[in-house]
Ligand binder design. Structure first.
Ligand SMILES: Cc1cc2nc3c(=O)[nH]c(=O)nc-3n(C[C@H](O)[C@H](O)[C@H](O)COP(=O)(O)O)c2cc1C
Length: 200
């Protein structure tokens, strides 16, 4: 698919068919994510892949309040997610990397003075590449924040201390025809109102 088409078609899909997502596609998504840039080439972001249906349902239940998903007009189609991918924010990897000889003079290894939290920047870049590859493969996805059950989720997935899921990417073959969520209620801002030439 040509790049402009990928950009134009990218949106969050919140309803999927029961068609499985093949393992080759899952691998391609991981490879796309790992082609993303990373600060100091730390490559800190890791991915947890969930494909077992009972684990997918358990995770969706954990991260939502009881009965909400079934009742939600916009989100109940996520129960047909065929794969969940959790990008894992790995702050310790950045603290270690910036203590290495070629980075130590930046004085960032103590956890302070970072211009931005690079571990989150990198996990976000990787997630975005994954979301674009989803479109390229003819799949659909939505990125969900983890508002509930964070600690139980970390325990279920045996995520080591210090590592943190950025969110959950729910993936499947799209079955929703029209955009859902905020874009169905809010106008897209005019490009010109978001660009500041030469100064703010
Ligand atoms: C940081 C972040 C958190 C988000 N959290 C959720 C979420 O919890 N549930 C959801 O349905 N969509 C979530 N979204 C998707 C946004 O609602 C969506 O990207 C936005 O409305 C624009 O729509 P589009 O991506 O379809 O163009 C999130 C997006 C981002 C970037």
């Amino acid at each position: 698919m040509d790049f402009d088409t990928v950009l134009r078609r990218r949106r969050m899909h919140r309803a999927f068919s029961t068609e499985p997502v093949g393992l080759a596609d899952v691998v391609a998504l991981c490879e796309a994510a790992f082609r993303a840039p990373s600060a100091g080439f730390t490559q800190g972001t890791e991915l947890v892949i969930i494909t077992k249906p009972e684990r997918i349902q358990a995770i969706l239940t954990l991260i939502t309040t009881e009965g909400w998903l079934e009742a939600s007009r916009t989100h109940r189609g996520l129960r047909q997610s065929q794969v969940l991918i959790l990008p894992i924010v790995n702050k310790p990897a950045y603290l270690s990397r910036y203590a290495e000889a070629d980075k130590v003079r930046s004085d960032l290894s103590n956890g302070h003075k970072w211009p931005q939290p690079y571990w989150i920047v990198d996990a976000s870049f990787a997630t975005m590449q994954l979301l674009l590859k989803v479109v390229d493969l003819g799949l659909g996805a939505t990125f969900m924040g983890i508002y509930h059950g964070h600690d139980d989720l970390a325990e279920l997935l045996e995520i080591p201390a210090g590592m943190d899921p950025l969110g959950i990417v729910c993936i499947g073959h799209p079955s929703d025809e029209a955009p859902t969520g905020s874009p169905s209620r809010r106008e897209r801002r005019e490009v010109a109102t978001r660009i500041h030439f030469e100064r703010w």
